[in-house]
Design a protein around this ligand. Structure first.
Ligand code: HEM
Length: 76
């Protein structure tokens, strides 16, 4: 993997930080399953499953903790 897709954990706002947490989560899925076709096939399942969506939320929350810490929780 040569493309740089994560150059910094610093974000201007908490909301941007949350979006970065989602990106980190999605990148893990993409790097683990490089086939867009297979991801597309599985999308239907997880998008309609409450437990899967709760798991998604949980993964994003874990990444958000890291991003928030890297930004000193956006304290002034
Ligand atoms: C779409 C997040 C796991 C496949 C999306 C979207 C979000 C998202 C926010 C909507 C994008 C949009 O409409 O603009 C996540 C997060 C995940 C996760 C945070 C894990 C923690 C997965 C998994 C798969 C998957 C496990 C399949 C293996 C897809 C596909 C789409 C999608 C195919 C629609 C196409 C696209 O927008 O790229 N996901 N997802 N995702 N997700 Fe996930």
């Amino acid at each position: 993997m040569s493309d740089i897709w994560l150059s910094t954990l610093k974000t201007t706002t908490p909301q941007e930080g949350y979006e970065l947490a989602i990106k980190l989560s999605r990148m893990a899925v993409k790097l683990t399953q490089p086939s867009a076709e297979i991801r597309q096939k599985l999308r239907e399942d997880y998008a309609n499953n409450a437990d899967s969506l709760t798991a998604v939320s949980s993964v994003v929350a874990i990444h958000f903790q890291t991003v928030a810490a890297a930004n000193d929780h956006w304290k002034d």
